[in-house]
Design a protein around this ligand. Structure first.
Ligand SMILES: Nc1ncnc2c1ncn2[C@@H]1O[C@H](COP(=O)(O)OP(=O)(O)OP(=O)(O)O)[C@@H](O)[C@H]1O
Length: 438
């Protein structure tokens, strides 16, 4: 715990002190003159009071205006107060942790605190905090900031491009980011309002399509996370073709059979043949798109109206262990098919989603895992799982995750692990599938 540092003042504290002293002084003078005048009946108050009261009122008005502008009161009273208290707490924390430069003013040492800018968004639930980089050796770690922020928590922090500010992305920890759907109709309406080629995860997260990894211990909510994404893709069928691989023949294959029986595989040979068909289709697409892709730099399948193809590979580790018993030639052949999709599929619209309980290199080859742009770790994972998914240099905080809640990375959306919370689906999934495929 930091110790209160009361020995140093800031120019703002000093200014506040002068203003308050002046106000108190003027009020006392006004009162003394009024009392003296009422006793002595000289009649000076009619001359002095209007002046004194105008000065006092002007100071109060100017101070209030400065407060309102500084705390962006034009965005609402609540916004202004939360802004004010957040800045106040941060300033106190900087003083207590001695994060400031010192300078002398009228022979008195004062602390020059870093500038703070805050931009709250989405009904004050998330925001960006800019703290001036005052080139101090001291650590301005996100955990110190979180403590000063009360109910706000730092999700991500980085230095601005010009290195003048530390930027902290913060969110209100009291806010529930999870979306809840009581019926398939509610889910349909919400999905159809998301017009672009993104899939929503929670109130704040939408992701573009990529080959992805979903890791989570049993019961963490992985399968439901997939359901919420599959249902979205079903509602926009013209944009997505789905393929289901489920070596354990569990609930996902039941869903797959309903949606697309010919593109659903559970036993080893069927899986291999589905993978080969998938690759053949990708090669065909490559051929069809070849000329078109040459006409536009950085273009992808979507620019030419082609649909995407998503192969959901549940329990990949189980397939991998079956594969290990095969001869090397076959193993290499299959792994090379999978690698091709991961490496080349993005432009052509072919993606694999690997679903696993752990993502160690014995379960998914590192070169495949490292080339997956999107990774989700759902639920309370072991430290090692976070390390294999996000890399050893990436810091992830341990939290008590609820069902369907976890961390993810995704290009442009989350370069460092960010929180996400998959939708709560309070309706019969298979009935919804039946409705949506009609
Ligand atoms: N988003 C959700 N909405 C509603 N119920 C959920 C959700 N997530 C999980 N559940 C409930 O928790 C149970 C376990 O979730 P789920 O089957 O998705 O876990 P899992 O990680 O896939 O586990 P396993 O690896 O054993 O299949 C589900 O049967 C369901 O009842």
């Amino acid at each position: 715990m930091s110790v209160r540092n009361r020995q140093i003042s800031t120019s703002r504290i000093q200014r506040g002190f002068y203003v308050h002293t002046t106000l108190i002084f003027l009020t006392i003078i006004t009162l003394i003159i009024s009392i003296a005048d009422s006793l002595l009946k000289i009649g000076v108050t009619q001359y002095s009071n209007p002046y004194l009261i105008t000065i006092i009122a002007s100071i109060v008005t100017i101070q209030s205006l400065i407060w309102m502008i500084r705390n962006k009161a034009y965005k609402g009273v609540k916004y202004a107060f939360i802004h004010y208290f957040t800045v106040l707490n941060l300033r106190k924390a900087f003083i207590d942790s001695r994060y400031y430069n010192t300078r002398f003013h009228l022979n008195k040492k004062i602390a020059e605190l870093p500038r703070i800018k805050i931009e709250f968004e989405k009904g004050l639930s998330i925001g960006k905090l800019y703290i001036e980089n005052i080139h101090m050796e001291k650590d301005l770690s996100s955990s110190n900031i979180s403590i000063a922020l009360n109910r706000y928590v730092v999700e991500r922090s980085y230095l601005s491009r010009d290195e003048k500010y530390y930027i902290f992305e913060i969110f209100d920890s009291n806010i529930n980011r999870q979306l809840t759907f009581q019926s398939s109709d509610e889910f349909r309406d919400f999905t159809l309002n998301i017009a672009d080629q993104h899939l929503f995860i929670d109130k704040f997260t939408k992701i573009p399509l990529h080959s992805s990894l979903f890791v989570g211990q049993t019961g963490s909510g992985k399968t439901y996370a997939l359901y919420s994404l599959v249902l979205q893709m079903l509602l926009k069928k013209e944009m997505y073709n789905l393929y289901f691989v489920d070596p354990k023949n569990s609930s996902l294959s039941v869903m797959g059979e309903k949606i697309t029986a010919q593109n659903t595989a559970s036993n080893f040979d069927d899986i291999v043949s589905l993978l080969k068909d998938f690759i053949d289709l990708m090669k065909q697409s490559k051929f069809d798109l070849k000329e078109k892709l040459g006409t536009k730099l950085e273009a992808t399948y979507a620019d030419f109206g082609y649909p995407s193809h998503v192969l959901i590979f549940d329990e990949f580790a189980s397939f991998q262990s079956q594969l290990q018993s095969m001869e090397k030639k076959k193993r290499d052949e299959i792994m090379s098919l999978i690698t091709q999709v991961v490496l080349e599929g993005r432009q052509l619209g072919f993606f694999i989603w690997f679903v696993m309980q752990k993502s160690d290199s014995s379960l998914i080859p590192t070169y495949i895992r490292e080339n997956l742009p999107v990774k989700f770790v759902i639920g309370n994972a072991e430290k090692q799982t976070n390390i294999t998914a996000f890399g050893s240099g990436v810091e992830t905080k341990e939290k008590d995750f609820q069902l369907g809640e976890g961390l993810f990375v995704c290009p442009l959306v989350a370069n460092q692990p960010k929180l996400c919370h998959f939708s709560y689906l309070d309706f019969d999934i298979l009935e919804a599938v039946n409705e949506f495929i009609d």
